[in-house]
Design a protein around this ligand. Structure first.
Ligand SMILES: CC(C)(COP(=O)(O)OP(=O)(O)OC[C@H]1O[C@@H](n2cnc3c(N)ncnc32)[C@H](O)[C@@H]1OP(=O)(O)O)[C@@H](O)C(=O)NCCC(=O)NCCS
Length: 124
């Protein structure tokens, strides 16, 4: 994941993120995102992950729904997330949540293609 996990994102976006814990307080999943400064109607998901032991139980979808609800309170009408073309699980997850979007060549630099997923809020 490289710089995607830079502590900058945890320090600066953490308070606005979504954090889900088990009943005993141990982490189950988190989402770091922001309301875009360049497109104020856009909620942007930077990173999200669910504990491998808890996948397939709706935690990831809950992260997105809660983040979307909060972003709507700040005026957002749509939500965007990126996926690398080889990350089949992430692509399937976003499609299952109703996201769609183009594969953009070199989106993050030479050889770093990304699918730029987007959908309207709320996420049902
Ligand atoms: C992607 C990820 C967050 C999904 O979390 P999750 O809690 O397992 O997802 P959910 O259980 O909420 O699934 C929501 C929907 O996505 C689908 N889905 C999730 N992961 C999938 C996979 N690997 N393959 C196919 N479909 C998948 C589910 O079937 C479900 O569809 P449904 O509503 O039609 O039943 C999780 O697999 C993960 O943490 N992956 C590693 C980190 C990552 O890739 N993050 C994204 C890039 S930052």
């Amino acid at each position: 994941m490289g710089l995607t996990l830079h502590r900058l994102f945890f320090d600066q976006l953490g308070p606005g993120g979504v954090w889900i814990a088990r009943a005993d307080g141990s982490p189950a999943g988190f989402l770091l995102g922001m309301v875009s400064l360049s497109e104020p109607d856009l909620a942007y998901v930077h990173l999200h992950a669910v504990d491998p032991a808890l996948r397939g139980q709706g935690v990831g979808a809950t992260l997105y729904r809660w983040f979307g609800e909060r972003a709507m309170e700040k005026g957002c009408t749509r939500i965007r997330a990126l996926a690398a073309p080889h990350r089949e699980g992430s692509i399937a997850f976003h499609r299952a949540l109703g996201f769609d979007g183009p594969l953009v060549a070199d989106y993050l630099g030479a050889g770093e293609d990304r699918i730029v997923f987007e959908r309207a809020l709320p996420i049902p």
